[in-house]
Ligand binder design. Structure first.
Ligand SMILES: [Zn+2]
Length: 456
């Protein structure tokens, strides 16, 4: 049984799909006008793992995971105007980059990737329905959702009305009946991307995109809706209002799952603060995608994650050790407490710690701590390898992982000999090995998670 923290109830709840044969999950995807940064990569990696966990837990179910592509938006239009190209030139380029970058982090493509520009029909339909029901109104070529028409508005973010109005962060346009009302459709000027609608030529707002796509591809009520914490208000609140009012009160999602921010020092990583680090530049610097994936999974998904050089080095050291011990091992079985950690609200730090502890057991004498495990040291290694793979790691061949630093196998053998020497308190031998490697231009770095190496 999986347990998930549900933002709507602020509780960890047992996950029970509405239909155990068909599990539906929707995550708000990228607005494609720039390169994704590590903060954008976090939900992609977290929900990729959640999908894998669901597929493992429900082997007979079809897990349908939809992640949209926002390919019409004011920032896209501005960007295309600046370049003097059609918006599709910008969106196709950055969507390709996004898929490449996330692919490098081991993120599998979602089951469905609906594009806003391909789903205008369902959006218009939903807006029409909301107008009919008295939840929306037309004003000066815009169609707005009437927040006071929905008595349950605010249930996800639990904001009072004052905070909601302040938080909407929009100048109060003269055509709004209420300052909290939000745009579902807006007019497009001549020469700007637009579609014909009952309210004239225009384009959709962002919130209606997700509501309409969820309805079109997954149904009125889905099992899991995911995204970053910053989407709770106003984006998810608005999605909920639109969908619930259009569907006679049916809830949009049964579980709301939100990931925390990635921090740079004391600030949230964000494009507007100009403090972003992208997977593309980290990969360019020679870091491997799996190192970045492990770094992103090293904190619990709901906690903030501080992105530092040390985090990357630690993650590489863990993977060096895993590849050293498990790179040639045929995966089989699994470590029960590892799976339990994932079932418990995707507790990845604990899952990773279980593998690391387990490897200590496999390397040394088998203690009572591993009494739950039936099998010898080799079986333990095989189970550890299977567990690491379940995180979307250990996907490379051992020689591939260690390539790019001279005779990697040789270096690894020397690191193992040095570790052995240190364990036996033979520091003369340990220092000699370190110095021999240094003479060859290989620098060893000892971290809490093990020893890693780099070329000088
Ligand atoms: Zn959304």
């Amino acid at each position: 049984m999986i347990r998930l923290h549900d933002t709507m109830t602020r509780k960890k709840r047992a996950f029970e799909p509405a239909d155990p044969k068909r599990i539906t999950m929707y995550v708000c995807g990228p607005t494609v006008y720039g390169r994704a940064h590590i903060g954008n990569a976090r939900p992609a990696v977290v929900f990729d793992l959640l999908r894998r966990v669901l597929e493992h837990e429900y082997p007979d179910a079809e897990v349908t995971y939809a992640r949209n592509v926002t390919d019409v938006d004011d920032k896209i239009i501005a960007s295309a105007e600046q370049e003097g190209v059609d918006p599709s030139v910008v969106t196709e380029r950055y969507e390709r980059f996004y898929l490449d970058d996330m692919g490098a982090l081991g993120v599998n493509p979602p089951t469905i990737a609906p594009h806003a520009t391909q789903e205008i029909g369902p959006m218009i339909e939903m807006i029409e329905r909301l107008v009919e029901r008295g939840n929306a109104y037309e004003a000066e070529g815009h169609v707005l959702f009437s927040v006071p028409s929905d008595p349950d508005y605010g249930s996800l973010s639990r904001r009072d009305r004052e905070a909601m109005v302040a938080g909407a962060r929009v100048e109060v346009a003269p055509y709004k009946r209420d300052p909290a009302d939000f745009v579902m459709w807006k007019p497009s000027d001549e020469g700007v991307i637009g579609w014909d609608s009952p309210w004239g030529r225009g384009r959709p707002g962002w919130h209606i995109e997700c509501s309409a796509m969820i309805r079109a591809h997954l149904g009125e009520t889905i099992d899991i809706h995911g995204g970053g914490l910053d989407l709770i208000f106003p984006h998810h609140e608005n999605e909920i209002a639109q969908s619930r009012c259009a569907h006679g009160g049916a809830p949009l999602a049964r579980y709301w799952v939100h990931n925390g921010f990635v921090d740079m020092g004391s600030e949230k990583m964000s494009k507007s603060l100009g403090n972003i680090v992208t997977p593309a530049e980290l990969l360019e610097q020679g870091h491997k995608g799996e190192t970045l994936r492990l770094a992103l999974l090293s904190a619990h998904y709901r906690q903030p994650l501080a992105w530092t050089e040390d985090l990357i080095a630690q993650s590489k050291a863990v993977l060096d050790r895993w590849y050293r011990l498990l790179g040639d091992v045929e995966p089989f079985g699994e470590i029960a407490p590892f799976r339990e950690a994932l079932r418990d609200d995707l507790n990845t730090p604990r899952a990773i710690a279980v593998i690391n502890e387990f490897l200590k057991g496999a390397e040394g004498p088998i203690s009572d701590d591993y009494a739950f495990f039936q099998g010898g040291a080799q079986d333990m290694l095989r189970a550890a390898a299977a567990s690491a793979k379940a995180l979307g790691l250990l996907t490379m061949r051992k020689d591939e992982w260690f390539q790019g630093g001279g005779d990697a196998g040789d270096i690894e053998a020397k690191i193992a000999a040095r570790a052995e020497a240190k364990k036996n308190r033979d520091f003369t031998t340990a220092d000699r090995i370190r110095n021999e490697l240094k003479a060859e231009g290989i620098v060893l770095e000892d971290t809490a998670a093990g020893t890693t190496w780099r070329k000088e």
